[in-house]
Design a protein around this ligand. Structure first.
Ligand code: B12
Length: 241
């Protein structure tokens, strides 16, 4: 079965009607088999034929959700969760060619302190990259001070933070509001959506990744990133290992 998947994946189809439902099932099957080259070939095929938006929203995110749900239910092991995260990151990394030129805008991506669920944000970064954004990702559990520093250093045009837990944002509202004075700040994920109200100047992104990418992509011009400073509440930021 896995050999069949590899064969299919390496045959780069030119068919624009490539069935992403089928690809999704095949990626899921390859994940159960821990077959990294099959996952890679299937995803590269889909990315080349159907593009980043469709592949992320119709294949990668659903597989991520299914693996997460199966893991929680005990149908898959922690090994599958780690395997799929690593395989997806690898494929997306292969696509990330340098974005340069006057039209390129820069976005800083980060998960707030203590937030470890960074994979959906990385996938979102691939979608912004496909829209000619230079994506600078700080990853999981990023101190707000680091996010502000990167924003200032890069003169970033936008900042996107994502988190599953509401508390990841609740403790950071003053820092987020300060950052939003100089640079457009977007927050996303279940934690952001669960906030009673976002801090002033901060936009909550919709769960739909394509819609969310369009919201961020509407940002024009280079932000100053200038006076982004550190919040007092970040001073004694513990770092999760
Ligand atoms: C994989 C996973 C992990 C991985 C994270 C891997 C990674 N690098 O991302 C690891 C092992 C690190 C992890 C750790 C923990 N996790 Co966890 N994890 C999950 C799991 C199984 C899948 C999450 C996932 O990726 N889902 C797939 C995405 C596609 O779905 P989604 O998160 O619902 O996102 C949707 C939207 O919110 C939106 N979205 C999400 N992010 C973004 C970002 C942008 C920019 C946009 C536009 C949209 C968007 O897109 C999706 C569209 O529907 C979930 C349970 C589940 N079945 O979902 C638990 C879950 C999220 N984890 C949970 C918890 C509690 C933890 C831990 C505290 C302990 C634990 N029980 O394991 C730790 C530490 C967490 C921390 N400090 O941050 C809880 C969160 C509960 C809560 N809301 O507070 C969950 C729900 C499990 C549960 N039922 O208890 N986890």
């Amino acid at each position: 079965m896995v050999g069949g998947l590899v064969t299919k994946g390496t045959t780069m189809t030119s068919d624009s009607d490539l069935d992403l439902g089928e690809t999704r099932a095949d990626v899921m099957a390859a994940t159960r088999e821990l077959d990294g080259s099959a996952v890679r070939d299937l995803l590269l095929d889909a990315l080349l034929v159907r593009g980043v938006d469709a592949t992320v929203t119709q294949v990668i995110m659903p597989v991520l959700k299914e693996v997460g749900d199966d893991w929680e239910a005990g149908r898959l092991g922690v090994v599958h969760e780690h395997f799929v995260s690593s395989a997806f990151r690898g494929v997306l990394g292969e696509l990330r060619l340098p974005v340069q030129g006057g039209q390129a805008r820069t976005v800083v991506l980060a998960c707030p302190p203590r937030e470890l669920h960074d994979l959906p944000l990385e996938l979102f970064g691939a979608m912004l990259h496909a829209r000619w954004w230079r994506v600078v990702s700080l990853g999981a559990n990023s101190p707000m001070a680091a996010t502000a520093e990167a924003t200032r250093f890069l003169g970033a045009d936008a900042v996107v933070l994502a988190g599953v837990r509401r508390t990841a944002f609740e403790a950071r509202l003053p820092s987020l509001a300060r950052l939003a004075r100089t640079t457009p700040v977007f927050i996303a994920g279940q934690g952001a959506r669960a906030l009673a109200a976002p801090p002033p100047g901060v936009t909550v992104l919709p769960d739909d990744l394509v819609e969310a990418a369009m919201v961020v992509d509407a940002v024009r011009g280079r932000g100053t990133g200038g006076d982004a400073d550190l919040g007092d509440e970040d001073a004694a930021e513990p770092v999760v290992g």
